[in-house]
Design a protein around this ligand. Structure first.
Ligand code: PLP
Ligand code: COI
Length: 354
């Protein structure tokens, strides 16, 4: 497929690749495509990056019918550009679409569109260590209508943003706070979909965590508020008694692709890894028994992010002396080495762009 391109007449200057934060700079072009009931998904096109004009009654603005994804393009030492498991993101996009009553997209077509956009914007893929080009495919409901139902029209767009570390801490341990006052998602809800409302639901607890000096919230299950679920923008792992443990997917946890990659690598290396229910009490008891060796988050934006401190009610525990532990270090290295083309790709996760 050759997507028609309208070139921007005013190219932006690129930010300093050694001072990139997360999600503040955007490239010159974006991909757009529309859906109507009679034409299906149609009019794929690459256009100058620009605001989207919409009617104030646009359904997305009122009822949040939308989904998005987050993945990255990496520049290798030889200057090539590559993606990490992009098919998994597009499959998850379609699963999110299904949950939000949004018509599915053609997975090959979206991957192709993504590659074409990145090829056009290749000079925006930064080459400083630990930087990448973040890719944000998004679909929003476009009908101007105030009744509650699924929209008949949609816009899909893909924007690109050169990024550095997600957390100001970089790869240093983050402090996370368990909330008992709020829940992010419940089974049967939309927790396993990547949809804006989940993030809106997380903000108040996130602000309270920040005010208390913590970077992120560790969510408990929405039914009993007993079992660990995930962190605001990443899945969670703990190492207890030499076993790597992550909460099992239960319908309210986002099925992270980085999470899956950690599990697959652990199995590939014959390490002890399990996906199971783990309660906050079990975590605290493991800590008290001296068996809690490490904690780390896993996500596209956050990569592998060691957890150095956890607050739960009136208790604060320190993990791995608030330093980067060997397991977090090993998985961070292994995954980023594959992403940046520094190591073999034993699972065929890499998809080249150029
Ligand atoms: N959990 C939440 C709520 C997220 O937003 C993310 C990021 O996408 C993740 C987990 C990690 O998922 P992935 O590894 O696919 O980026
Ligand atoms: C990601 O890791 O891609 C995320 O979506 C996390 C956050 C920026 C929402």
């Amino acid at each position: 497929m050759d997507t028609p391109i309208t070139h921007s007449q005013t190219l932006k200057s690129k930010p300093d690749a050694t001072a990139l934060g997360f999600g503040t700079n955007f490239t010159d072009h974006m991909f757009n495509m529309d859906y109507t009931a009679d034409k299906g998904w149609h009019a794929p096109r690459i256009e100058p990056y620009a605001p989207i004009e919409m009617d104030p009654a646009t359904m997305f603005l009122h009822y949040g019918q939308g989904v998005f994804e987050g993945l990255k393009a990496y520049r290798t030492a030889t200057g090539k550009i590559q993606l990490f498991r992009p098919q998994e993101n597009i499959k998850r996009l379609n699963r999110s679409c299904k949950r939000l009553c949004i018509p599915a997209v053609d997975e090959n077509m979206v991957l192709d569109a993504m590659k074409q956009l990145i090829s056009l914007e290749k000079d925006w893929v930064p080459d400083a260590p630990e930087t990448s080009l973040y890719i944000r495919p998004t679909i929003i409901a476009m009908d101007p209508f105030l009744g509650v139902r699924a929209s008949y029209t949609y816009r899909l767009f893909i924007i690109l943003s050169p990024v550095g570390a997600y957390y100001p801490e970089g790869f240093n341990p983050v402090k996370i706070m368990v909330t008992s006052d709020y829940v992010r998602a419940v089974r049967g809800g939309v927790g396993e979909a990547k949809t804006p409302g989940n993030y809106a639901a997380s903000l108040l607890a996130g602000e309270q965590a920040h005010d208390a000096g913590y970077t992120q919230v560790l969510w408990l299950d929405g039914v009993e508020q007993k079992y660990l679920e995930e962190v605001g923008a990443m899945n969670i792992f703990f190492v207890i008694d030499n076993e790597i443990i992550t909460p099992a997917l239960n319908g309210s946890i986002l099925p992270g692709i980085t999470r899956d990659s950690v599990i697959e690598l652990a199995r590939h290396w014959n390490e002890r890894v399990s996906e199971r229910k783990i309660s906050i009490d079990e975590l605290m008891e493991a800590h008290d028994a001296g068996k809690l060796q490490e904690g780390f988050g896993a996500g596209t934006a956050a990569v592998i992010s060691p957890v150095g401190e956890i607050k739960y009610r009136d208790r604060v525990i320190t993990i791995a002396d608030n330093r980067v532990g060997p397991v977090a270090q090993k998985y961070y290295q292994a995954i980023t080495d594959i992403q940046y083309g520094k190591a073999d790709d034993p699972k065929s996760w890499i998809v080249p762009v150029s």
